[in-house]
Structures are given as C-alpha cells and as structure tokens.
Design a binder for this molecule. Structure first.
Ligand SMILES: Cc1cc2nc3c(=O)[nH]c(=O)nc-3n(C[C@H](O)[C@H](O)[C@H](O)COP(=O)(O)OP(=O)(O)OC[C@H]3O[C@@H](n4cnc5c(N)ncnc54)[C@H](O)[C@@H]3O)c2cc1C
Length: 468
C-alpha cells in the first residue's frame, strides 16, 4: 500500500482539490495542516528550497510539489488511461452528451462533478476566464471548453467510418415527438435512427416538474424522457447524440442526411426538431449568456441558490420557472413587458402567494448591465407609463419569452409557414413525400409533451403507410 502524507491547509484551494481527489479515489492518506504544525512547515520549506508551497505530497518517501490530479493519477495508478478529465455535472445536457459520446466510443475518462468539489468549480473558472462553462475537458492537461462531438472525434482520433446502412426512417430530434415515433416504428419492425444535436429528451428534459402528462400526477421532465429513451432503445432504436442535421438531399429513392460526423441514408425522414428559446435582443445579452443570463432554470438555477434573480416574461413558462426558482433563490423579480400576465390563472394565483417573488409588470427590458469586472449586474427596465428607466440588480437573469421553430435547415426543402413552422396534412405529411413532421416544430402544435407524443404516433403511421 502507498504511504501518502499531504502537507496543506484548509484555506488552500489546491490542497482541497488534492484531498478530494484522493478521497474520491478511496486512497488512504495522512493530512498534516501546516498552519498547526511548525515542524511540518519547516519540512515543506526544506523540500521546496526554502519556499512554503502547498500542497506538498510525499508518496512513499518521494516528495511532489503541488501535483495536479493527472500527476497524482499517474503516480498512484488511478484511471491509468485517463489522460482525459471531464469536468461537468449531472444536470448539464452538454456534459451528458460528451459523456455518452466518450462512452459509446469506448474512451476511458475521469468525470469530475463540479457540484461536488469546489476546487473543480474554481478550476473550470480559471480555465474559462472566470466563467463557469461545462463541460470543460483536460486532455493531457490541455483544456477544451465544451467541445462538440466532432471536436472530441478529432482530438481523440475516433474512427466512425462504419458501413453505410440504409434506415427505414431517420428521426431528427430526440424529444418527446421523435422518441415516440421511434417507439412506434420499431414496434412495426422498421429500423430507425434518431439523430439528436444535443441530448436525448428535448425541451421536456429541461423542466423540473411535469404535472399534466397522462398517467403521472407529477413526474420530473428528465425522468419522463429517460423512460421514453429507455423504451425506444428496448425496441431497438439506434440513437446518436451530438449530431445536428444540417442538410437533407434526395438520392434516388432515398434521402441523404448530413451531420458534422458524416452522412446517413434513409427511406423516410421525420422532422421533430422542436423549438428554441427566444432572446430579448438587448445590449449585453449575448456577452452574458451562460454567465449571468440563462434560458433554463433547471439547468442553471442551482448556481443561484440563496441569490437574487430576475425572470423576464409573462407566459406559463416564465411563471412556472419563476415559481421553481423561488423555491431556492433568495428573491425572484419577475419583469413583464405587458401590464397583465398571459399565463394561466393557476400560475398567477400561485405566484401571488409566494413571499420572495417581486413583480414588475408594464416594464420593458432595455439592457443588461455589467459590473466593473464585466460580470452580470442587473437589467435596466423602462416603466411603460412613466417612461422612467431604472436598474434592477440581481445575481443572474432567466429569460422565458417564447420559442422559435428549429427548422432553418429545412427551408427550401419542405413548406414552412411565415413563422418558420412546418406545414403538414393527414398523417403528419409535409410537402415532400416520405418526409414527416411531428411536435413543436410543426404548424399548429400545442407545445405540450402529451401532444408531441401523439404527433409522434401520427408520424409513425405516416412512415408505415409510405413504406407499405
Ligand atoms: C421550460 C419548459 C417547461 C415545459 N413544461 C411543460 C409541462 O409541464 N408540460 C408539458 O406538457 N409541456 C411542457 N413543456 C413543453 C414541452 O417540453 C414541449 O412541448 C415538448 O418538449 C415538445 O417536444 P418535441 O419533441 O416536439 O420537441 P423538443 O422537445 O424541443 O425536441 C426537439 C429536439 O430536436 C433537437 N434538434 C433540433 N434541431 C435539430 C437538428 N437540426 N438536428 C438534430 N437534432 C435537432 C433538439 O436538440 C431537441 O432535443 C415545457 C417546455 C419548456 C421549454
């Protein structure tokens, strides 16, 4: 067994990092606090030519000055192939995407949950100039911020040149609509591939609580979507995440789909790409996205525990997410451009009964503000009646002002309405035979999980009729 002594102090972030790393890997060690032990300080100074550098770690009588985790791993044989460390969190969609890509391709890596280690959060901030961006990976000690799958493929020399198979159906988008199409089509013995640009689950994965999906009085979005994914896989669906379809072309009887990873051939296509959050388009918004300005309370709300946030919007999503944030934030200030909320009465009533929610209706957002460190400070709003502008300060902001259909890549391929939603008839048929549409990207969609699953069923019947 290795004999390890770690000389350090509680206030030293690198000492905490090294301690956590050893503990996480079940390595036994002795910790000596140099602040409490003069002899230990002298020892550290002797090892480091008179300098007090901590942590200093002695492993089997050999000293190491401030060894990073990769060094500790290599000395102690932890994660031996693990030149790759992935800093992330379970709630972060891109972390899950990167983890599943690495796992799918048999790449060994060390996952460090930033929620469990404050040294890891500090490390991520140090790499990203103060921003908490995850996933951040360290490959042979070189950092990469949120690499997409193509970048991971390039960095790790992953060979994805597999035989060109023809699918009965390729489903673009792994939300409720896409997963349901796949479940039904697989049970009809059609082979399907789901291509998902981010992670399986779509928008429903982002919501903390779903109370209106039949069969469940209450279920978390991630849990519901994981069940759908599991069901699709059980019936044999193939799923690839981190693959955005950028082009669809006819190739004789087939369609060829292009993603950053290559091309795929299929007899039918289902467009189930959902919708995206609308931005305010005000100054400083772009700069602050991800570090002060957010669109998903379930994803980023945890960063604001016991802090103050503003929520912008007045519909169901804004109020639902504002109420969710009020559960653990100190204060939630809801800013609504109109004098009245558009949300349902249930939400408005709930909102009024919560003490730590402040409401600013009839106020137009003008610009986000930054402090002298260039970090988020607040938002300037204009009172629509008095035209008076004022700054509302907070620690972060969440924007919930509607959705834009994710159909840009299909413009010119299938008919879209003025707002970009895909127009359909009969069994989810688009203007192109063999291409179907389902869910929130479709004109007239109800934008509810149950509705999206129903549309997925229709698309699967469309596939069945077409392939017959
Ligand atoms: C905050 C919030 C709370 C909600 N709460 C509820 C609720 O309580 N109850 C309820 O019923 N509904 C709720 N909804 C609505 C519900 O989530 C949606 O109606 C549902 O997710 C729509 O499913 P979908 O499959 O059509 O689209 P999405 O869920 O949006 O899935 C589309 C998928 O396609 C992927 N994609 C997009 N473009 C491409 C491309 N080019 N290539 C590959 N993949 C692509 C996206 O990444 C996404 O994963 C909520 C929505 C939000 C945003």
């Amino acid at each position: 067994m290795n004999k390890i002594t770690l000389y350090g102090a509680d206030w030293c972030p690198d000492c905490r990092r090294a301690k956590s790393y050893l503990k996480d890997n079940n390595i036994t060690f002795e910790f000596v606090d140099v602040d409490l032990d003069k002899e230990a300080t002298a020892k550290v100074e002797t090892i480091n030519n008179g300098k007090r550098i901590i942590p200093t770690v002695i492993i089997n009588n050999k000293p190491y000055t401030n060894p990073n985790n990769a060094k500790l791993a290599s000395i102690l044989g932890i994660n031996p192939e693990g030149q790759l460390t992935l800093f992330g969190a379970d709630w972060c969609p891109d972390c899950r995407r990167a983890k599943s890509y690495l796992n799918d391709n048999g790449v060994k890596f060390l996952f460090i949950d930033v929620d469990k280690h404050d040294w890891a959060t500090a490390k991520v901030e140090e790499i990203n100039n103060g921003k908490r961006i995850i996933p951040t990976i360290l490959l042979n000690e070189v950092p990469y911020t949120n690499p997409d799958n193509a970048k991971l493929k390039e960095l790790l020399n992953i060979d994805t040149n597999k035989e060109h198979k023809v699918y009965d159906s390729i489903i673009i988008g792994g939300g409720a609509a896409g997963l349901t199409t796949s479940i039904y089509a697989q049970r009809d013995r059609f082979n399907t591939l789901i291509l998902e640009k981010k992670n399986i689950g779509g928008n429903a994965f982002l919501t903390e609580k779903i109370e209106n999906y039949p069969g469940f009085t209450e279920i978390s979005g991630p849990k519901l979507m994981e069940r759908m994914e599991h069901q699709a896989k059980t019936y044999g669906a193939e799923i690839k995440t981190g693959e955005e379809v950028s082009n669809i072309e006819r190739k004789g009887e087939l369609f060829e789909l292009t993603t950053i990873m290559g091309t795929y051939l299929t007899k039918t296509v289902v467009l189930s790409t959902g919708s995206t959050y609308r931005k305010l388009g005000i100054p400083n918004e772009g700069d602050l996205i991800g570090s002060g300005v957010h669109f998903c309370a379930t994803c980023d709300g945890a960063f604001y525990r016991d802090k103050e946030v503003v929520v912008i919007g007045g519909g169901n999503s804004a109020l639902e997410e504002g109420i969710f944030l009020a559960g653990f934030c100190k204060t939630v200030k809801i800013i609504n451009r109109s004098a009245e909320f558009k949300a349902s009465k249930t939400y408005i009533e709930k909102l009024n009964s919560i003490d730590n929610i402040e409401v600013y209706t009839d106020n137009t957002p003008i610009s986000f503000t930054k402090n002298d460190k260039n970090l988020f400070k607040g938002i300037i709003v204009k009172d629509n009646k008095t035209e008076e502008e004022k700054e509302i300060t907070a620690d972060g902001a969440f924007i919930f002002i509607g959705l834009i259909p994710n159909t840009k890549s299909f413009k010119g391929l299938v008919d879209l309405n003025n707002q970009g939603f895909i127009t359909t008839k009969n069994l989810a048929e688009t203007s192109v035979k063999g291409i179907f549409a389902a869910g929130d990207c479709r004109e007239g969609a109800i934008a509810q999980v149950a509705a999206a699953t129903g549309e997925g069923v229709l698309a699967s019947y469309g596939i069945r009729n077409f392939l017959k």
